[in-house]
Write a protein that binds this ligand. Structure first.
Ligand code: SAH
Ligand code: SF4
Ligand code: F3S
Length: 469
């Protein structure tokens, strides 16, 4: 089977007609002399954030303008996540809160998309129990939103789309959140079927965008002022852009573009992270020296049950290679505690992994059974109090390591991108560079979007303090 394939038929031919429908919706609003507003609530990972920027692009093509408050909006879209139970609960609770908006104004249109409603049971739940939701659309049907909105405006029947459409919707308009930091999706879907994970079921099979299309988008982004570009995919290591263009080649090609910008990529699967990719990071100055390489567990038995296809030893060999090639690299990871059957000994293997890999930061999660995945049916589910206690120990171990890792930056000169005003202090800016933690420094708003040279004057677990040189 051509698993991760690249063929012209993978580009969805129904995009252009949908854009025409968006124009119809815009004309309808214009005829009535109104400029309606849209509001998008996004849950989940960067993939969803990138998808929401496409949804925003479609909303604007339909003549809506953005608002930051759902109460002002005539079109509310919720982009949901299904990775853990908590994510689904949060989405359902927010959707519940929008009922009063629809009650107050029946002209409001509410649509729900994303990974949660790509599961039939959830789509049906919204149909049955959330009558004020006009439509749902799965992750393969983002470009169908103009038709769904038009249908709702014409007060036709409610729609619940489960298209099972794993193509690529190329050429959708994108309304980006930030001018200087950009997501750039290079592929969609996942073929790995880790036994705990819902993603392959709700995002479909792996499919890569054509390298030339990605390069064009990157050029445009740089011309528009992007300074920090993250290439996105569930497993970017299996990117296949045709004519032998793998992720390493793609990074080299983008890094060769003119302009002052930095490049990131995520996520990497340890079984596929290649020497060529490591070499690209080592040799390309524009690639940020940060490698996100989720290990999930340090126990070989658990890794096997998770269907991760590597051992703790093989993983650590990869880390050693990476550190040898990129000595100052920041490495981060995802960890799941309380996977079915995880014993105290297995968990201690994970703690040992933290000590051995010496991550700069981890994203840690308590295992959450997902309906339809093999792990949800496994016996020996770990009691919640045991998982919670392990989770606390995991954090304590990692915080110590993060502290130690952050300290290496003390006194160092760094080039960071001034990203935004600091949340807690108006006179401070927050910046991003090679460290995975944000860098805070005194500076004016006019610097936002520019690279700034700073010297690190203080470090803590969660951030670095610095001053402009
Ligand atoms: N494609 C990426 C990210 C997937 S989702 C990867 O393979 O690394 C992000 C993280 O959520 C995963 O790495 C995993 O640590 C966590 N996760 C996925 N399913 C989960 C589940 N059922 N319960 C708890 N955490 C989960
Ligand atoms: Fe989920 Fe595994 Fe795919 Fe990541 S690689 S999205 S954890 S199935
Ligand atoms: Fe969630 Fe879907 Fe991302 S399940 S983590 S939004 S791919």
């Amino acid at each position: 089977m051509a698993a991760n394939y690249i063929e012209s038929k993978i580009i969805d031919p129904t995009v252009a007609p949908e854009l025409a429908v968006a124009g119809k919706v815009a004309a309808r609003h214009a005829k009535r002399g109104v400029t309606p507003k849209y509001f998008i609530q996004t849950f989940g990972c960067q993939q969803n954030e990138a998808d929401s920027e496409r949804l925003a692009g479609l909303c604007e093509a339909m003549g809506y303008t953005r608002t930051s408050s759902p109460d002002d909006a005539l079109l509310i879209l919720v982009n949901t996540c299904a990775i853990r139970e908590h994510a689904e609960k949060k989405a359902l609770s927010i959707i519940g809160q929008y009922k009063h908006i629809k009650d107050a104004n029946p002209d409001v249109v509410i649509g729900v998309g994303g990974c949660m409603v790509t599961q039939e049971a959830r789509s049906t739940k919204l149909k049955m129990s959330y009558p004020y939701v006009s439509f749902t659309f799965d992750t393969g049907a983002i470009h169908k939103v103009p038709s769904l909105v038009l249908n709702a405006l014409e007060k036709k029947s409610r729609q619940f789309v489960l298209s099972d459409n794993w193509t690529i919707a190329e050429s959708l308009p994108i309304a980006r959140e930030s001018k200087h930091m950009a997501w750039l999706s290079i592929m969609y879907g996942c073929n790995n079927f880790c036994s705990y994970c819902i993603v392959p079921y709700v995002r479909g099979r792996e499919r890569s965008r054509r390298a030339d299309d990605i390069i064009e988008e990157a050029k445009q982004l740089i011309a528009d002022g992007a300074r920090d570009i993250t290439l996105l995919g569930q497993n970017v290591n299996s990117y296949n852009g045709g004519d032998g263009c793998d992720i390493a080649e793609l990074l080299h090609r983008i890094a060769a573009l003119d302009g002052d910008f930095r490049l990131r990529f995520m996520t990497s699967h340890p079984k596929d992270a290649s020497d060529r990719l490591i070499e690209a990071m080592a040799t390309e100055e524009k690639i940020v020296k940060h490698f996100h390489l989720p290990v999930q567990s340090g126990s070989n038995e658990i890794l096997k049950q998770m269907n991760r296809k590597y051992t703790a030893e093989a993983y650590l060999e990869k880390i050693a290679k990476l550190r040898a090639a990129v000595p100052d690299v920041s490495i981060t990871s995802d960890i799941i505690v309380g996977f079915p059957g995880e014993t105290e000994e297995d968990f201690e293997g994970t703690l040992r992994m933290l000590e051995a890999a010496r991550y700069d930061m981890i994203f840690s999660f308590i295992y959450s059974p997902r309906n339809g995945t093999p792990a949800a049916k496994m016996e020996n589910q770990v009691p919640h109090d045991v998982s919670t206690a392990r989770f606390e120990r995991l954090l304590a171990t990692q915080n110590k390591i993060s502290d130690e890792r952050n300290r290496r930056f003390l006194g160092r000169k760094l080039r960071v991108l001034a990203e935004d005003v600091s949340k807690n202090d108006e006179t401070m800016l927050t910046g991003r560079g090679d460290p995975v933690r944000p860098v805070h420094f005194a500076g004016g708003r006019e610097l936002i979007g520019q690279f700034v040279d700073v010297e690190v004057t203080g470090v803590s677990t969660f951030c670095l303090e610095a001053k402009i040189i």
